[in-house]
Ligand binder design. Sequence first.
Ligand SMILES: Cc1cc2nc3c(=O)[nH]c(=O)nc-3n(C[C@H](O)[C@H](O)[C@H](O)COP(=O)(O)O)c2cc1C
Length: 144
Amino acid sequence: MLEGVVVRGDGRGRALGFPTANVSPEGAWELPEDGVYAGWAELADGTVHVAAVSVGRRPTYYEHGDRLLEAYLLDFDGDLYEQRLRVEVGGRVRGQLKFSSAKELVAQMEADVAAVREIAGTSSPRLGAPAQLSERRGSQAAQG
Ligand SMILES: Cc1cc2nc3c(=O)[nH]c(=O)nc-3n(C[C@H](O)[C@H](O)[C@H](O)COP(=O)(O)O)c2cc1C
C-alpha cells in the first residue's frame, strides 16, 4: 500500500491508449520490486478502481529512467493530476521488459489488463470493494 500525489509523466501513456497516473510516493512508503501487478487505486472521492500497476524504469524508453509507480485505472476516464491517490498492490503479473516497439508494449499491456481483471475478480482489496466489482456482486445477489 502506498499513497502519493499524481504527477505529470511524459504524456506518452495517453497516446499508447493506456494513460497512467504516475504516483510520487510520500513518506516511508516503499515501492515493491520492479514489475507489473494487479492492484487497486482509491481516489480522493473515496471510490476504488481496479488498476494495472507498473513499477520500474520504463526500459522500453529509457536506459536509466527514474523508478516510478504508474497506475492504469481500468474502466476509468478522468483527470487525476494533482490528486492524492492510495494504491494497493496485489498479485504480480510479470517483470519489466524492454520492448523493441510501442506496438509490442501495447499488445503486452492489453494482455496485462486481462490478467489484472482475472486476479482482481478473485481477490479482496484492503482498500474496499471496487465500484464495478461490487455492482456486479450486487446484481448477482439480486438474481438470487
Ligand atoms: C500495465 C503496464 C505495463 C507496463 N509494462 C512496461 C514494460 O514492461 N516495459 C516498459 O518499458 N514500460 C512498461 N510500462 C510503462 C510504459 O512504458 C509507460 O506507462 C508509458 O511509456 C507512458 O509513460 P508516461 O506516463 O511517462 O507518459 C507499463 C505500463 C503499464 C500501465
